[in-house]
Design a protein around this ligand. Sequence first.
Ligand code: ATP
Ligand code: MG
Length: 244
Amino acid sequence: MATIAVYSLKGGVGKTTLAINLAWASATRSARRTLLWDLDPQAAATFLLGGDAGGRHPAQAIFSKDVDAAKLIRATAIDRLALLPADTSLRQLDQFFHALDKKKRLSRLLGDLAQDFDRILLDCPPGLTETSEQVMRAADLIVVPVAPSPLSQRAFAEVAAHLVQRGAKVPLMPVHTMVDRRRKLHVEAVARHPDWPVIPMASIVEAVAVRRAPVGAFAPRSTGARAFNALWQAIEQTLAGRAR
Ligand SMILES: Nc1ncnc2c1ncn2[C@@H]1O[C@H](COP(=O)(O)OP(=O)(O)OP(=O)(O)O)[C@@H](O)[C@H]1O
Ligand SMILES: [Mg+2]
């Protein structure tokens, strides 16, 4: 099992969009038993995958170990893709992790799920918080969406510096998201990092939120779907390289 976190210090850069589309590629293209774990109290990934917040147990109960994660996991409309939904109870997660002082709680919970899944994707809330610290300890790879803007690039540099400072070994994979090649600043930003994968700005990707489905499920031949699939393949290659 490998855990791929989709994380950024910055909000609104396309984390959730990446997470659900990569989860689709994992389940469908790679035929992996895949879990999308929504860690964000906004519960956007939960909404997009057709889960409704407000099940029998609050999402936070997994972390306090009151409820087994398996009890909250649900199937989605997509074969091999399951969802561990979020709800507003997760807004307390940072304080909870802080008070708990168990730095590997998320890693342990992921370890418990390793029998049932090949790939677990974490849709993370923004910020450099106790939750992100847990994510950085637990993930095998952290995919960081970077919009082609100076503030987004600065946020990525902060995260990279933070990991170096902590002596963390987890690899980061920066990805340029929402790239519009008609804009000079975007073209320049992409040229500065030609090795970073690119997800284009596209109406079909925006439609994910309207259709409540990954783009591969309704427009598999679109440029957007192809970009997510190519990124997923790059992720699989990185994970395979680490296993060697
Ligand atoms: N490649 C893209 N092309 C067009 N629109 C996009 C693309 N990626 C994301 N968006 C849109 O940008 C908005 C923000 O995306 P998303 O919710 O995925 O970001 P986020 O980083 O998860 O935000 P938050 O920090 O609030 O969790 C959404 O309206 C989404 O539809
Ligand atoms: Mg999000």
